[in-house]
Design a protein around this ligand. Sequence first.
Ligand code: TA6
Length: 288
Amino acid sequence: MAIERFEGVNFLPKLRLSHPSGGVAEVYLHGAHVTSWVPAAGDEVLFVSQNAAFGRDTAIRGGIPVVFPQFADDGPLPKHGFVRSQEWTWLEADSSDDDPVRVTLQLEQNLATQAIWPYAFQARLSVQLTEHELTTELAVTNTGDETFAFTSALHTYFRITDVRGSAIVGLGGVGYRDKVTGEHRVESEPVLTISGEVDRIYWNAPPELRIQDSRAARDIRVRSSGFADAVVWNPGKELARKLPDFGNQEYLEMICVEAAQIGVPVTLKPGAAWRGSQQLQLSRQNAG
Ligand code: TA6
């Protein structure tokens, strides 16, 4: 079976996508949250905290949280919006192929979302698995009769061997807001290394970034489309201790590189639609 539905942690429903090549991805209906991708020729690509909470009112710490309709706390809504803690519905219609394997999850407004954000919308997250790639695409349609605006991100947590031996390539010369220092700067490093807390929004980032995990001799290529910005986050040692659903040492094993639309919010008139996607690919670093 290319797609199986079963119970994940705390009996939350989860879908497992199995590709004929041997690659496997997992998605919780809670939050339309991708929590795992293991390509046939590689180890786990995504990070999920050992302390992650799997509950109906919380977001899972790790994987690919879907951020909508507000990025972070840049506005009046709950941090990162609300869809990451909503129960999405699996649309089974597109599940018959086994290459690529694809599932689509949908969320529409309900009493809980309208109490926070008074608009009618349809959000669809499709997850597509091929031999070498995992692609997540968020599509949002304004199904109501009032125009709305939103910011969004695919807040992807990557598993890396040791953040001190990792780097992000592709952000040199790109302007950013540093949320740790409050400064606005231009990235001077062609290859960004991480030491300490990093929380940056890069404006109009290039569509392709590369995460180098030198100690595992592997690279992860992140290609985005429809999302203009990119976020890089690692909580560092001090903040890691303050996050209840995150291990004290886990900041060493992860880096978030997020396809995001923050600087220029998306405005949708009634009936209009927007889509943004992120494609991940794993490759081996050349020896020597
Ligand atoms: O995307 C980076 C960020 O906005 C950071 O500021 C940090 O707070 C992170 O997201 C995690 O947010 P969360 O609400 O999931 O704890």
